[in-house]
Design a protein. Structure first.
Length: 143
């Protein structure tokens, strides 16, 4: 199984969709809690669904069960909490949600999308690493 991750900030739509197409991503899985903000530019939910399909023949699905809660997100972003605390709380949330029970076919060949330009301090990385630990046979590529 192969999972990709990508962020949309600090990139152009051209670069974003080119990376998805070159990687032969089958589906873009939106793991953001809030995906309709005007600040998202080309990556607002409905626009993203349209562009992914029209430009790359790529499917789209919003999976809020792979997003942090508003409380966890606010403590990290608004209150400027430490990354380690955010990661610990989100890992605990994924375990309580038992995300490893998601039908694997929904994710195979998919690319998890969040806003952060790099995966280092982004929950999409935590999601794919958690699933790799639980499922074992997961190859991860950050686009």
């Amino acid at each position: 199984m192969k999972l990709f991750t990508i962020g949309f900030t600090k990139t152009s739509a051209e670069s974003f969709f080119t990376r998805l197409s070159r990687a032969r991503v089958k589906k873009l899985v939106d793991v953001r809690l809030n995906n309709v903000s005007q600040l998202a530019g080309f990556a607002k939910r409905d626009d993203l669904r349209y562009f992914a399909s029209s430009i790359g023949g790529i499917g789209y699905e919003h999976m809020s069960e792979l997003a942090p809660t508003q409380d966890i997100l606010d403590q990290y972003k608004k209150d400027k909490g430490p990354w380690a605390t955010y990661a610990e709380k989100f890992l605990d949330l994924m375990a309580r949600r038992k995300i490893e029970n998601i039908d694997r076919s929904r994710l195979d060949g998919s690319c998890l999308l969040c806003s952060e330009d790099k995966p280092h301090h982004c929950h999409r990385r935590l999601v794919v690493e958690y699933l790799k630990e639980k499922w074992g046979d997961v190859e991860i590529e950050h686009l």
